[in-house]
Design a protein around this ligand. Structure first.
Ligand code: BJW
Length: 235
């Protein structure tokens, strides 16, 4: 494998599946049990904030106890031993950080943070949220929400991500179905910049034909092997 200087890795729910975090669109995924219009849109939150808080309180409790799997550790090793790696994750869990990844963008926010709609302050958050929760900064109630990006909201750090896609020479997409934009369009942007594009997933994603190469299998199997291959090429 050639040596790459600037690598962008896009990760999705499939990366954390083997850590016990549900994916969204698999048959037993989150959207099979919950209506995304009700729990993952600003309109749903406006209609029924208690239901949205219940949904994220349940997921936040899970996120305080999960641990990274071999795929998260392999990506942290790639960053440490190869360099030039930025991980752009759609996942709201903190498993990349827990595995040791340093260069990380949480484009869809973080489950263990809360955001105040009144004063725009952000806070580390490990307990339940409710409409009665006062903001630690401005003390107002009714404005606290999970610091996650819902449908119809603008993902975080898109300017920085766009710059990375313009200059990367390798783009790797791992564990994402390719249904949700703008993340699903990153492969096209990276390809237009001349980058090689590789997909690692359990099965072909929505955009599978856009990738130069695809490797299919569980993330804990295919990601460590891919990282070994990358590091071998550099050794
Ligand atoms: C394994 C595995 C194992 C299983 N090993 N693999 C065109 C252009 C732009 C926007 C749009 C557009 N068309 C429509 C839109 C709007 C919308 C959108 O994309 N809708 C589509 C559904 C059609 N997008 C938005 O609204 C976004 N905002 C936006 O576009 O703003 C406008 C704007 C754009 C550009 C510039 C400026 C402004 C926001 C999207 C927010 C998504 N939010 C969620 C919830 C976050 C909080 C939470 O966690 O609750 O994010 S939805 C959900 O989907 C979550 C995920 O991050 C996201 C992606 O899901 P992911 O990771 O791909 O999971 P799955 O389940 O779909 O796939 C898992 C994959 O893993 C599968 O393929 C499995 O096979 C595989 N797998 N086990 C390896 N062990």
């Amino acid at each position: 494998m050639p040596i790459y200087d600037r690598i962008v890795v896009l990760t999705g729910a499939g990366l954390s599946a083997e850590s016990g975090v549900s994916t969204f669109r698999d048959p037993a995924g989150i959207w099979a049990k919950y209506d995304w219009r009700e729990v993952a849109t600003p309109e749903g939150f406006e209609r029924n904030p208690d239901a949205v808080h219940d949904f994220y309180n349940m997921r936040r409790r899970l996120h305080t106890s999960i641990t990274p799997n071999a795929a998260h550790f392999a990506l942290a090793r790639l960053e440490a031993e190869h360099g030039g790696v930025v991980i752009v994750t759609q996942n709201v869990d903190a498993l990349h950080e827990a595995a040791g990844t340093k260069s990380l963008i949480h484009m869809h926010g973080e489950a263990l943070k809360a955001f105040c709609s009144y004063c725009a302050s952000r806070h580390a958050w490990h307990i339940d949220l409710a409409t009665s929760t006062p903001c630690p900064s401005c003390a107002k109630t009714g404005g606290m929400r999970p610091d996650v990006v819902w449908f119809g909201e603008t993902p975080y750090d898109l300017g920085r991500i766009s710059d990375l896609l313009l200059t990367c020479d390798l783009f790797v997409s791992i564990g994402t179905s390719g249904h949700v934009y703008p993340a699903a369009g990153f492969v096209t942007e990276a390809k237009a910049s001349g980058a090689r594009t590789i997909e690692l997933n359990l099965e072909p994603s929505q955009g599978a034909s856009l990738f130069d190469e695809a490797i299919y299998g569980p993330a804990t199997d295919v990601v460590p092997r891919f990282v070994e291959r990358m590091l071998g090429a550099n050794g």
